[in-house]
Design a protein around this ligand. Structure first.
Ligand SMILES: Nc1ncnc2c1ncn2[C@@H]1O[C@H](COP(=O)(O)OP(=O)(O)OP(=O)(O)O)[C@@H](O)[C@H]1O
Ligand SMILES: [Mg+2]
Length: 283
């Protein structure tokens, strides 16, 4: 993880001091298909992700959050606008240094946990000793030590999701994009995994963009939270939490914690109703 952090510092002190990734005027329109008209899913949306920050995105279901992640990661090409990572254009493929954890379980059913986690490393030519070191760390980090030789079909949904997170972590990304990574976990495990993610974020100096439905989770984990409108998703507000970098789930006990969650909900309430087709109820 040290190498990634050093490279990140070098990039951050170059021409653009603070900006690690940038979306400018990005829209994504899905073309008409099988009886459906085109879907304007996202934007226009702009965002400067600061080097080393923890940024979360919240928004109503179907507002374009996963689409935002697809575009930022390079997996989808925007219909308009530009995406940059470390000062270089992103278009059509995931740049080196970017790691993605998808909303749906993307583990390979024919590979064991261990082989799922090492898959990307073996393809990128990292040597055996280093691969083993990183895989051992990621499997331990995700609490999967007892299941390293199990197949995904032998795991719970939450455990499969943890395999996918481990698979991304071993690549030591400088920008980590996570789409609802804790969606399949119970509340307690979710809190503990959030603490672990914070620890990893601090230790690696990676920039993190997390998509989540849980407002308290966004509050607890983030430096900034982008609140999205109903589709087509745009940022209606960006909330700075002001929390210290050294933080964990005990932050929720602070008296001012609830006020931030309440603020997020006040921005989201009308948008969520609109997304459910109940715009009139929100007034
Ligand atoms: N491949 C696709 N083809 C056509 N429309 C799509 C496609 N993917 C997403 N959409 C549409 O784009 C809109 C945004 O979808 P997206 O998955 O980005 O939302 P989301 O905010 O991630 O939702 P959720 O919170 O439920 O995960 C939706 O209306 C969806 O139906
Ligand atoms: Mg989604």
């Amino acid at each position: 993880m040290k190498t990634g952090a050093t490279r990140l510092t070098a990039v951050a002190t170059a021409a653009q001091p603070d900006i690690h990734a940038r979306l400018e005027g990005v829209t994504r329109i899905y073309p008409p298909r099988a009886g459906h008209g085109e879907v304007h899913a996202l934007g226009p949306i702009s965002l400067d992700l600061r080097a080393g920050e923890f940024f979360s995105v919240v928004g109503p279901s179907g507002c374009g959050k996963s689409t935002l992640l697809d575009v930022l990661s390079g997996l989808a090409v925007p219909s308009a606008g530009t995406v940059e990572f470390e000062g270089k254009p992103v278009r059509g493929e995931v740049p080196d240094g970017v790691g993605v954890v998808f909303q749906e379980d993307a583990s390979f059913p024919w590979l064991t946990v261990e082989d799922n986690v090492s898959f990307g490393l073996r393809r990128s030519g990292v040597d055996g000793t280093e691969t083993k070191r990183r895989v051992d760390f990621a499997i331990g980090f995700m609490g999967l030590r007892d299941f390293r030789r199990a197949y995904p079909s032998q795991l719970s949904g939450g455990m499969r999701q943890r395999v996918c997170i481990a698979r991304t972590l071993v690549l030591q990304p400088r920008l980590i994009l996570l789409d609802e990574p804790f969606g399949a976990l119970d509340q307690q495990t979710r809190l503990l995994m959030g603490d672990e993610l914070l620890r990893l974020w601090r230790e690696t100096s990676a920039t993190v963009l997390l998509i989540t439905h849980a407002l308290d989770e966004a509050n607890l984990l983030s430096d900034r939270i982008g609140v999205m409108s109903a589709r087509p998703g745009r940022f209606i507000e960006i909330v700075e939490t002001g929390w210290p970098r050294e933080r964990d789930s005990r932050l929720a006990e602070r008296p001012d914690f609830g006020a931030v969650t309440a603020r997020l909900w006040s921005y989201l309430r009308a948008e969520s109703m609109q997304a459910l087709g109940q715009g009139s109820m929100a007034r």
